[in-house]
Write a protein that binds this ligand. Structure first.
Ligand code: PEP
Ligand code: MN
Length: 338
C-alpha cells in the first residue's frame, strides 16, 4: 500500500502514523520527497481499511497495490482449485459440468421427469429452486421444504446431485442435510451474515454475482466464505444490470478469464438469467465454453409457457440436448471435454 502524506503534515503526526502501522506488524518504508513524504507499507495489508487511513487529516492519498483478498487470490494459491460436488469435480482441467433443470421445483412428478430428461441429454447435476427470491411478493415463492424433498426424490431416481438456492441462514441445517451444492443467489451476494454462515459449513457453495456487483466485490464475497473456513467456492456469473433493455441482464463473458487470472476458483456461467431469453441461451453457452468456463447452469422446462417462474428463458429438453451436442464440439476446440 502506498500512502502519500500532506505537504504540511507535522513530524510528530508522521511518526505517530509510522508507529501505528508498525504496531500492526507492517514494515514502513519512508520516502522523503521535496514536497511530500510517501510511505510504502510492506506486509499483510489485506486487513487495513484504506478509507479509515484516508480519514486521517494528514493523509493526501492512499493507493492499494495488493488486492484486498488473500484466500481467493491466485497469487498465494497458483494452482486451480478443484471443487468436489458429491463426486463430481469442477475446475482445473476437469470436464465441463452441465447443471440443468427448472427455475422452480413445481411438484414431484415434474422435477423427476425433467431430471431424467436433462440427464439423458448430458447434464451431470440437477438445478431447481425450492426457496425463490421473487421481485413481487405476489409471485410464486417456491415450495420450500416440500421442494427440497422433491429434489431429493429426483436425485434418488437419477443419481444427479442437486443444486438449489439458500436464502436464509435459519435453513442451513436443512441444506447441509439434503443439498449437494448450495447456491447463494445474486440478491444475497452481499448478505454478509449468510456468507459467514455458509463459511462455517463444508458443503460446496455456488456464489452468484450480484446484480450490480463489481468483480472485486464478488471476489470479496467469496473471500468472506473462505475466511470463515469454507474453501469450497464456485463462482457463477449470471449477467449484470446495464442500460440495455433487449436482454434481462448483460452477460459479462470477460469475467471468465479474469476470475481465472485473479483467483484459483472455478467459474460457472448461467446464460438463462444472463439473457432472460431462451433464444439467446445456446449462443451464450457456446461463448462461455469458448472463453474457458468450468460449467454451465441452464434452466430447462417441459412447458415453458406454463412455468411458475422464468419460462421465457427456459429451454425445452430437446433444445437443451441440441445445445449439449454443440457445446461438446466447442469444448473440444478449446481442449476441454464435457
Ligand atoms: C435462480 O437461479 O433461479 C435465480 C434466482 O438466480 P439469480 O440469483 O442469479 O437471479
Ligand atoms: Mn430462474
Amino acid at each position: 500500500m502506498i500512502i502519500t502524506l500532506k505537504k504540511e503534515a507535522p513530524k510528530q503526526e508522521v511518526a505517530k502514523l509510522i508507529n501505528q502501522f508498525e504496531k500492526q506488524g507492517l514494515k514502513v518504508n519512508v520516502i522523503t520527497g521535496e514536497n511530500y513524504d510517501v510511505f510504502g507499507l510492506v506486509g499483510d495489508t489485506a486487513k487495513l481499511d484504506e478509507r479509515k487511513i484516508q480519514a486521517n487529516q494528514w493523509v493526501e492519498n492512499v493507493q492499494r497495490i495488493a488486492a484486498p483478498y488473500k484466500l481467493a487470490n491466485r497469487m498465494f494459491h497458483p494452482e486451480d482449485s478443484i471443487i468436489d460436488v458429491a463426486g463430481i469435480k469442477i475446475g482445473g482441467h476437469e470436464p465441463i459440468v452441465l447443471m440443468a433443470g427448472p427455475c422452480s421445483v413445481e411438484n414431484d412428478e415434474m422435477i423427476c421427469h425433467i431430471a431424467k430428461e436433462v440427464k439423458d441429454a448430458g447434464a451431470k447435476m440437477l438445478r431447481g429452486g425450492a426457496y425463490k427470491p421473487r421481485t413481487s411478493p405476489y409471485a410464486f415463492q417456491g415450495m420450500g421444504y416440500e421442494g427440497i424433498k422433491c429434489l431429493d426424490h429426483a436425485r434418488s431416481e437419477t443419481g444427479l446431485p442437486i443444486v438449489t438456492e439458500l436464502m436464509s441462514a435459519d435453513k442451513i441445517d436443512e441444506f447441509v442435510e439434503n443439498v449437494d451444492l448450495i447456491q447463494i443467489g445474486a440478491r444475497n451476494m452481499q448478505n454478509f451474515d449468510l456468507l459467514k454462515a455458509v463459511g462455517k459449513i463444508n458443503k460446496p457453495i455456488l456464489l452468484k454475482r450480484g446484480l450490480s456487483a463489481t468483480i472485486e466485490e464478488w471476489i470479496m464475497s467469496a473471500e468472506y466464505i473462505m475466511a470463515n473456513g469454507n474453501p469450497n467456492v464456485i463462482m457463477c456469473e449470471r449477467g449484470i444490470r446495464t442500460f440495455e433493455k433487449y436482454t434481462r441482464n448483460t452477460l459479462d463473458v470477460s469475467v471468465i478469464p479474469l476470475i481465472k487470472e485473479k483467483t484459483h476458483l472455478p467459474i460457472v456461467i448461467d446464460p438463462s438469467h444472463a439473457t432472460g431469453d431462451w433464444k439467446l441461451v445456446e449462443a451464450m453457452s457456446l461463448a462461455a465454453i469458448a472463453a474457458g468456463a468450468d460449467g454451465l447452469i441452464i434452466e430447462v422446462h417441459d412447458h415453458p409457457d406454463c412455468a411458475l417462474s422464468d419460462g421465457a428463458q427456459s429451454l425445452k429438453p430437446e433444445k437443451f440436448k441440441a445445445l449439449v451436442n454443440k457445446a461438446k464440439l466447442v469444448a473440444k476446440a478449446v481442449g476441454r471435454e464435457i
